[in-house]
Design a protein around this ligand. Sequence first.
Ligand SMILES: Nc1ncnc2c1ncn2[C@@H]1O[C@H](COP(=O)(O)OP(=O)(O)OP(=O)(O)O)[C@@H](O)[C@H]1O
Ligand SMILES: [Mg+2]
Length: 255
Amino acid sequence: MGTILKVVDLTKDFGGLRAVDEVCFEVAAGTITGLIGPNGAGKTTTFNLLAGTFPPTAGRIAFDGQDITDLADFETFRRGLVRTFQIPRPFSGMTVLENLMTVPQDQLGERFWNNWVRGGAVRAQERRLREQAIDILEFLGLDHLGEAPAGDLSGGQLKLLELGRALMADPKMILLDEPGAGINPTLLGEIVERIAALNRRGITFLIIEHNMDLVMTLCDPILVMADGGLLMEGTADQVQQDPTVLDAFLGGVPA
Ligand SMILES: Nc1ncnc2c1ncn2[C@@H]1O[C@H](COP(=O)(O)OP(=O)(O)OP(=O)(O)O)[C@@H](O)[C@H]1O
Ligand SMILES: [Mg+2]
């Protein structure tokens, strides 16, 4: 199995604070890799760097064999590296279906000239987008909510909608930031099942999560961050038995 994502010496400073500190890791294609660590460890910042939300201070990122270090978020998205947000950001006034359809896909319809000159192509593309969105809502079990305003969804349903928006991009790899946060156990089980099903279809996942049930069920291997650095990488068993990991989660008590 090849490497889909490779990070070398990735570093991010916010003023005097080093949030990510010379981190190196690889994600093998086809895996569901976990990224865990205490609050403030630098996990979300790492996602922001990978997805091109903002640039790193230093280091390199390669995705699917190409250097993407300097790419902006819409460019990594276009290449099939898609992230979700720790706090979902739906367009609350739009319907659930519309939220999926507004995911950027070089939408022809947004450009006036295209609308005018190429009306047929625009309508065909909108139809295709709508069909794809409906398929995804069915897969996520949200099809009955397609016409509901996104603002009416529960926290767990919003997490599913975030996953749906990622799927609209036809991604090779999805970065999920705390898909299990604030979700009731039933919906959590559904999200876990869907992630596993998507993974069987070939999508690679990197998942930040505090819910250890989710991490231990789904993720192999698991990367552990603490204090901006990568502490270790291992299987669920190895991570659970590692004394430095325990220390990090207990607040850096010296061994
Ligand atoms: N935009 C920013 N500007 C300044 N400091 C930031 C910014 N984003 C994150 N930080 C700081 O960087 C450090 C790492 O934060 P980050 O959000 O990456 O942690 P995390 O591992 O995702 O934590 P959590 O589990 O609580 O989500 C923290 O000290 C945080 O306060
Ligand atoms: Mg975070």
